[in-house]
Design a protein around this ligand. Structure first.
Ligand SMILES: *Cc1c(COP(=O)(O)O)cnc(C)c1O
Length: 369
């Protein structure tokens, strides 16, 4: 696919490949049983990709969208293609009225919480059960009695019953036991909520357990083409590449200190380039001094010294003909060379979710299809 011309005055941009997004949701579809619905997670601005554009592409394969909060749901509603929207985390008391009037599916941990919504009108709820995440949800041990209370409430429709997997990418045994217990619980709750759909699997869950024997899957990260498990990375196509342009080329002598704290001192003459992204744009400061690099003209160049707020400095000594305005790849592909976002995350002591959602407002989103 030809790269459309990126304006020369873009200092830093996230290039979003909408075709890759389509590819990824199809790959998710293939891993699920027929009739299993996809809850496409588009919270946090679709993991930094732009929720409005992402939802437009994902709507066709999506049964329901998942967002973190009411504001995200309100922004998404006009482009959701008529799909329902689920708020995955609890609303504040002051948000409940708006959530009910918006017709969104809200997540509740108790019958009392559902009743507080129902005070504002008919509401559809996702009844969350805590089977090991320790975040939101009703304790699994009291889920049956809570469900009985929930079923007695007027104006409350139980759209779904769900749980969350805390270790689907690191503990197969725990996850398998969790899913098994949840399927058992479903049999007990089926009679109480005959129309409810059950769901548990996130991206790692989809990769390791398919649909987990449930009716809805809730992928996030893999839709954006990043696999939480390296073994599955080749199935997916990364949707985002983070790019910038060389702002300044300099020839530095031996013995020059580079960036705050002078943690890097050149041992020989070198050509450095300044790239106009820093930790204020979401480029992780923790990447400093940990072997991180960027691509300039398809050549991997090491980051020198500390990441500053607005700029990083890179060793471009080995890059033939580098000039100001040249494209720089912070993660993603440049020709045959690639820096996966997971690599930058690992070098920064964090995870791909954190890097993607942390990319700031100064970084323009540039779409191609
Ligand atoms: C964010 C989220 C997901 C998606 O997680 P991924 O690991 O990105 O697939 C699924 N379920 C819930 C409740 C979430 O909050």
């Amino acid at each position: 696919m030809p790269n459309p011309i990126v304006p020369e005055d873009l200092r830093s941009w996230a290039e979003i490949d909408l075709g890759a997004l389509r590819h990824n949701i199809c790959r998710v579809r293939e891993r699920l049983g027929p009739g299993v619905g996809i809850l496409s997670v588009v919270k946090a601005n679709a993991y930094g990709h732009g929720a409005l554009r992402a939802a437009g592409v994902l709507a066709e394969g999506t049964a329901i969208f998942g967002v973190a909060n009411l504001r995200e749901a309100m922004e998404l509603a006009p482009v959701a293609g008529g799909r329902d929207i689920m708020l995955l985390s609890p609303c504040l008391p002051g948000e409940r009225r708006e959530a009910v009037l918006g017709g969104h599916v809200v997540t509740v941990s108790s019958a009392a919480e559902a009743a507080a919504y129902a005070a504002f009108g008919r509401v559809r709820v996702n009844f969350k059960i805590d089977t090991g995440m320790g975040r939101v949800g009703c304790d699994a041990g009291t889920a049956e009695s809570e469900a009985a209370d929930l079923a007695r409430l007027d104006g409350v429709e139980v759209h779904s019953v769900s749980t969350h997997l805390p270790s689907a990418d690191e503990d197969d045994r725990f996850t398998a036991r969790q899913l098994r217990d949840f399927v058992v619980l479903r049999e007990a709750l089926r009679g109480v909520f005959p129309r409810a759909k059950f769901h548990a699997v996130n991206s790692a869950g989809v990769l390791t357990n398919g649909d987990g024997g449930l009716e809805i899957a809730r992928p996030g990260l893999i839709l954006y083409g990043v696999s939480p498990l390296p073994a599955f990375q080749s199935v997916f196509r990364p949707v985002m590449s983070w790019k910038a342009r060389v702002a300044l080329v300099r020839d530095m002598p031996a013995g020059a200190g580079i960036s705050y704290g002078r943690t890097f001192i050149s041992t020989k003459p070198m050509r450095t380039v300044v790239v106009p992204v820093g930790y204020a744009d979401g480029f992780p400061r923790q990447a400093s001094g940990n072997g991180a690099g960027v691509l300039v003209r398809g050549v991997r160049c090491s980051l020198l010294g500390r990441v500053t707020m607005d700029q990083i400095i890179v060793d471009a000594t080995g890059v033939e003909g580098v000039v100001e305005g040249d494209e720089v790849t912070l993660f993603g592909k440049d020709g045959d060379a690639e820096i996966p976002v997971s690599e930058l995350a690992a070098q920064s002591g964090t995870i791909a979710w954190d890097i993607l959602t942390g990319i700031g407002r100064r970084v323009e989103r540039f779409y191609r299809d």
